[in-house]
Design a protein around this ligand. Sequence first.
Ligand code: ZN
Length: 142
Amino acid sequence: MSDTLLTPVHDADGEPFWEYAARGELRVQACADCSELRFPPRPCCPHCQSFDSAWRPMSGQGRIWSYVVPHPPLLPAYAARAPYNVILVELTEAPRIRLVGNLVTDPDAPLDSVPPDQVRIGARVRAVFGSDGLPRWVLERP
Ligand code: ZN
């Protein structure tokens, strides 16, 4: 088994998300007709059924809506880093949109850089981007 962390699977609808992330930008797909934000990315607007979309820049600010601390059995690369956190972030501009990620001390810090007992629901966070182009989260006030 591999001892490397999993990398995101890119599909045609989500590819722009990862392209912007690689440039350090957090963007969310929006309907080009009714402006409703949607995530995960998909071809059709669930509100007005339009197939036209745009990628709207987000501030990267949000708050921890929930979190988990994964327990074994874990893939070997994750078992080596346990305990670590997985957080669900509610975006400030789009409270109905929640992104999954890890709370870390800086963009390239390891998964376990913030101990699970320091994660709090409601804490303000902001998106940062590691050198691998993956979005992660840091506390606004560590
Ligand atoms: Zn729409």
